[in-house]
Ligand binder design. Structure first.
Ligand code: ZN
Length: 370
């Protein structure tokens, strides 16, 4: 355990000495899953080039502080409240400024835009576009077909937003059905800023849309999240490699988990291995002269993880429901009744959802030390 803490301290230490690093103590980290790298992405962000309050360079610096892999500045094409002060006709301007700022840093900038209408169409982000300007058209359908022409990945923003749907639930209209049929709508936000919508998750699974989590930040990440003890919502994208092309492929293939603090939402085939990889067994041995197995667990992710015991064995001096803090440890005392050489630690990840009100049960095979 001590070795782990030391190794981790060294790792963080090295990063802060890396040339031109902006990584803060709020740097996010998640393990890779088998065959894929876990890219931490926030693909819904605003700046003064639409209705945000900061210059694009700040968005790059915020992302670097949080150790994100990718961001997209998705300005409303049609809504520019700062137009009198910033009358720039080029809808790519925000992206170009972010690109210039990110040049010397290891941050992927995804070219994106927000296509904005009232309900039933609502708001939609087109990311991995090549040129934002042709997306600005009178007819919304034309914006979508232009996005498709540019091979953009398009997702439906905050479909549960109460300003557009007063019940706080998404309504799948003919507009979305048509876009999905035409291959013009590929994803859906199930987490937007602080709101997780189970109904949006149901839609994602029903329509086979990629599950997204985004901050939709307009102010400062520090004020809206960090200062309150939270991390911004992100999408973990499971890509074959850490580059834009791989990331785009992964989004089209639906390989994501939406994350907001201890809340993890994703398809079982990606969420389950993520939870499994997030917990490492540091030690497992019997307390002397007892049949009580002491197991020390390490959470290597930036999400506090909540679990409930699903084994036939009960715990000694531990609640069956417990939390392993982000990057922290937790010691379980398991009453195995007789001495075992191996056991299957079986826990329900109660803060993780693969479907509405459905949490996965994850197993770790533990070898007991002599
Ligand atoms: Zn937005």
């Amino acid at each position: 355990m001590k070795n782990f803490v030391l190794a981790f301290a060294l790792l963080i230490g090295c990063q802060s000495f890396a040339q031109h690093s902006h990584i803060s103590e709020h740097a996010l980290t998640y393990p890779n899953i088998d065959g894929y790298v876990s890219l931490k992405a926030d693909l819904h962000i605003h700046t003064v080039f639409s209705d945000g309050n900061v210059w694009p360079t700040i968005r790059v610096q915020e992302a670097l502080r949080e150790n994100l892999d990718a961001i997209s500045l998705t300005e409303h094409l049609e809504y520019q409240p700062h137009l009198d002060d910033i009358p720039h006709p080029d809808r790519n301007r925000s992206y170009n400024l972010a690109m210039a700022e990110a040049k010397e840093h290891d941050l992927l900038i995804v070219h994106g835009s927000e296509i904005t209408r009232s309900a039933p169409m609502g708001h939609n982000n087109a990311v991995f576009i090549k040129d934002a300007n042709p997306l600005l058209t009178e007819k919304a359908e034309k914006s979508f077909s232009e996005a498709k022409k540019q091979h953009a990945f398009v997702f439906w923003n905050h479909p549960a937003w109460y300003a557009q749907n007063p019940k706080g639930n998404p309504i799948l209209s003919d507009f979305q059905k048509e876009r999905i049929k035409k291959g013009e709508l590929h994803g859906i936000e199930v987490i937007n800023s602080v709101d997780y919508s189970e109904e949006s998750l149901a839609l994602a699974l029903d329509q086979n849309l990629t599950i997204m989590g985004t901050s939709d930040i307009h102010g400062l990440i520090d004020w809206d999240y960090t200062e309150k003890g939270h991390d911004r919502p992100i999408t973990l994208v499971f890509a074959k490699e850490r580059n834009l092309e791989s990331m785009q492929e992964a989004l089209f293939a639906g390989r994501t988990v939406a994350v907001y603090n201890s809340l993890l939402v994703g398809k079982a085939e990606f969420l389950n291995p993520l939870v499994k990889a997030s917990i490492e067994v540091i030690s497992a041995k019997y307390i002397a002269d007892t049949q009580i197995l002491e197991v020390q667990l390490q959470n290597i992710s930036s999400s506090a993880l909540l679990f409930e015991n699903q084994m036939e064995y009960s715990f000694y001096s531990s609640s069956p429901v417990f939390e392993i803090p982000a990057l922290g440890t937790y010691t379980l005392r398991i009453k195995t009744l007789e001495e075992k050489k191996t056991i299957d630690l079986k826990l329900e990840a109660i803060g993780a959802f693969t479907a509405p009100k459905t949490s996965p049960v994850i197993s770790w095979q533990i070898s007991v030390e002599e």
